[in-house]
Design a protein around this ligand. Sequence first.
Ligand SMILES: [Zn+2]
Length: 210
Amino acid sequence: MAQIINFQDLLSIIGEEKDADGSYDFGKMIRKFQASNYEKSGLTHKQFLNKYLPKEIKEEVIKSALITKNLKCDIATSSSNVVMKKLKKNHRNFITIKIDPIGWQQCCYQNSYNTCMYDENYGICKGYQLTVCPCGSVCCLEPHFCNTRTIDGETRYYDFTKDYHKEEYRLFLPIENITDEDETPNSIQFLLTPTIVYGKDKCKCAIDWL
Ligand SMILES: [Zn+2]
């Protein structure tokens, strides 16, 4: 049975965390409380991400990497070659994040969540990874998670998920910036929503888009 604790007990376990305006930072307090269940002594951030990624997920990643290798896939879209005017207006406000590839590829949710467990100063951020085809016409927006930290009142973005094609930078659209989305599905369910793709009709690349 789950143990129910009251607010005063919570404070005595994790201490107070307040925002700059003096109100309680419940997000950070909850992350600290959850993080207290993880063993992290002596582990680097990379070792921690590896240790707490379930074995079944690792197996899936390895399987899918092998399938791709056997298909000899070319890179169809990447974070290079973005042509601003070919992007929908509300997709131009992306953030370029240098990837620190210490977490397993394709595991953005687990890497981001576990990063919060490793260091509760990090928050988790839901959005889309933007890639385009070589001519810049085909735009793909894939559900993605990364991390944030608030430093001097400013939000900074971090990405610890190794890119599938070893790209060094990720173009990220936080979901708040996508104004024509009616729905903002929650957490991991969001990863199952389809990739948004447009511009195939204008593509000049020799790629047979399905
Ligand atoms: Zn193209």
